[in-house]
Design a protein around this ligand. Structure first.
Ligand code: RIB
Length: 297
């Protein structure tokens, strides 16, 4: 599996409540955690046993050195991870008393992951997983190259933006949360399973599958072979950061292990729930033993 995506240092502050415009609130001491949607999803899959290559950019700075070390420690293949002059990507995150987060990303090095930096052997990829914290043109080009090479392409369209038709046509799986589904369709976020299923059907290509996650209400899928849903787990939420990344990384790992879609959805749903019970992005991603115990699968 290859992940083309972002790598960030997360700067996290716990607050009683997030500030309004023009307001200052006092928070906790800040903590630094390895993050970035691309890296989180790559680590999620690697902790479950997938062989994962991370393709991305880090700055030649202290955060870049730290993140290179944590990704190497997770066993990721880093042959096409490039060090660039821009600062390493950073995300500024508040987590409120209910565990809900608000995130501002400063892309830095992630913004120079141009299509020219994609590896020459990208066509030889079985599963490609991407998100939208790197340039859209790079995502479009990578999707088309892997598709032409016969590989499967998964896009987690986060953060949401208008997607070119050529990119949508190259996808096997599109994964979005309810907010992103609303943004892609130019309407309100689906509020329940029924609306989410309708959104998934509208976002789906003729041969592709769309998954809409609904946070603490579960997730739905619409696929060529039919649709379905998984109910959420009830857990004590500490921090929802990277729940979506945990879901997506687990989903693609399970699919790459030839699990049927419904089983892959159950495992992804369980991984997302476990991630909500711990603080931070990558520190909260489960390993295979924990996931299997929790999901009873
Ligand atoms: O999805 C969570 C991630 O979003 C954080 O780790 C942060 O880096 C941003 O990319």
């Amino acid at each position: 599996m290859k992940v083309v995506g972002s790598i960030n240092m997360d700067v996290v502050v716990e607050v009683e409540r997030a500030p309004e415009a023009g307001e200052t609130v006092l928070g906790s001491d800040y903590r630094l955690h390895p993050g970035g949607k691309g890296a989180n999803q790559a680590v999620a899959a690697a902790r479950l046993g997938a062989a994962v290559e991370m393709i991305g950019c880090l700055g030649r700075d202290a955060y870049g050195d730290t993140l290179y070390g944590t990704l190497r420690g997770e066993g990721l293949i880093l042959d096409n991870l490039q060090r660039v002059t821009q600062p390493t990507g950073a995300a500024f995150i508040t987590v409120d008393q209910d565990g809900q987060n608000r995130i501002v990303v400063s892309p830095g090095a992630n913004a120079v992951l141009t299509s020219a930096r994609l590896p020459s052997d990208l066509e030889r990829t079985d599963w490609l997983l991407m998100q939208l914290e790197v340039p859209l043109d790079t995502v479009r080009m990578a999707a088309s190259r892997v598709r032409n090479g016969g590989g499967r392409v998964v896009l987690n369209a986060a953060p949401a933006t208008v997607l070119p038709a050529e990119l949508l046509e190259a996808l096997d799986y599109l994964v979005v949360n309810e907010t992103e589904a609303g943004e892609l369709l130019g309407g309100p976020a689906p509020a329940d399973f029924e609306q989410a299923l309708q959104a998934a059907e509208r976002l789906r290509g003729a041969d592709s599958t769309t998954i809409v996650t609904l946070g603490d209400r579960g997730a739905v899928w619409a696929a060529p072979a039919g649709s379905g849903q998984v109910e959420a787990y009830t857990v004590a939420v500490v921090d929802t950061t990277a729940c979506g990344d945990s879901f997506v990384g687990t989903l693609v790992w399970a699919l790459s292990e030839n699990e049927p879609l419904e089983q892959a959805m159950k495992l992804a749903n369980a991984a997302g729930a476990l991630t909500a019970t711990r603080a931070g992005a990558q520190p909260s991603l489960p390993d295979l033993n924990e996931l299997r115990r929790f999901a009873s699968i």
